[in-house]
Ligand binder design. Structure first.
Ligand code: PLP
Length: 329
């Protein structure tokens, strides 16, 4: 069976790099099956390394790791009155939350995807008070941490004004001051974090950052590699063709083997090359053909490399990996 190897030493080393940069003030983002790595094994290791905060998308993901973290933020689910903190993305979200629920207000400082507008803050505080909600956090998300422009910096200015206003509203409504969090991986490594906030770090923990070539990269190491196991081997005569449509024609006599990964596992069908070499013919649902007869071969060693071949980013390559592949450490 094909398998994913998780290099926990690389994970520990990335945690150190992130700790250095954030002075320990970060939450680990574990949404989408920990970016395809496997929610439970990554959560266990992070918890063992002393990481206390986690961010996921749905409540069921929070439940799966509830024993491992003190603080879990759910980005996109209906708030309930339980131990989790729920992101609120617009004012109507506030009216749907049951009293006593822990909620965190997302504020739109320029990404225009989710969050309340800064001018709605007062209204939001009024609703929080009236409905008896526990406002534990206020946060924002940067749209351009990974771009060569000054956008990050004006968005940060807006965010600082939001924090000021939240401070004054908290005292006016006599509510405890919520915590703040803002930078993702790219923004953290590019511009750091303010002293009064923590970062939400996903991709950097897994070993990547999507910066343009001019930027310096922090010393991160890929955690995941994907390996295929050999199913069968054959000798091709020159001129024989391989796979659907006979796309590959042997230019000489050669030995080829079939490996047990395909687009059903999350390897893109458009791919023509992987870490183990040139892919001969089409990627099938459950297999690919490579030259040689090694018992196993690496298919992904560096997700960024594969992403660039496909015109996408490491995130997409990683999250597409099937949760059914065995994760070994
Ligand atoms: C996914 C996500 C992050 C993590 O972003 P990275 O670029 O992986 O560090 C942070 N905040 C929010 C709201 C997210 O959805």
């Amino acid at each position: 069976m094909a398998y994913i190897r998780l290099d926990m030493e690389a994970l520990a080393s990335n945690v150190e790099v992130v700790r250095d940069r954030s002075e320990g003030e970060f939450a680990a983002v574990l949404k989408d099956n920990a970016y395809g790595h496997g929610l439970r094994p990554i959560a266990q290791e992070l918890s063992r390394l002393g990481v206390g905060r986690a961010v996921v998308r749905k409540r069921w993901e929070g439940e799966e790791i509830a024993d491992l973290f003190d603080y879990i933020l759910i980005l996109s689910d209906l708030p309930q009155r339980d131990r989790f903190h729920y992101a609120i993305n617009d004012l109507s979200g506030l009216s749907k939350a049951p009293s006593g629920a822990r909620i965190e207000l997302k504020v739109d400082t320029g990404m225009h995807r989710n969050g309340i507008e800064p001018h709605q803050l007062e209204e939001a505080f009024r609703m929080v008070k009236e409905r008896g909600l526990l406002l534990t956090g206020v946060f924002t998300h940067y749209r351009s941490g990974d771009e060569l422009s000054s956008e990050l910096f004006w968005q940060r200015e807006r965010w600082r004004r939001v924090k000021e206003e939240v401070r004054s509203l908290s005292s006016r409504y006599s509510l405890p001051l919520p915590h703040f969090h803002a930078p993702n991986s790219a923004a953290l490594f590019r511009a750091g974090r303010d002293r009064d906030e923590f970062a939400r770090v996903g991709i950097a923990l897994y070993g990547y950052i999507e910066y343009p070539p001019l930027f310096d990269l922090p010393p991160l190491r890929p955690v995941l590699s994907l390996w295929g196991r050999r199913i069968s081997t054959r000798r091709l005569k020159r001129g024989e063709r391989v796979g659907y449509g006979g796309l590959f024609e042997a230019p000489r006599d050669m030995v080829v083997s079939t490996y047990d990964v395909g687009y059903g596992d999350g390897i893109f069908r458009a791919l023509t090359e992987c870490a183990g070499g040139r892919i001969l013919g089409r990627v099938s649902m459950d297999s690919i053909v490579l030259e040689g007869e090694a018992e196993e071969l690496p298919i992904i060693e560096d997700a960024r490399e594969m992403a660039h071949r496909l015109g996408t980013i490491s995130y997409e390559v990683l999250v597409k990996l099937s949760p059914f592949i065995d994760r070994l450490r």
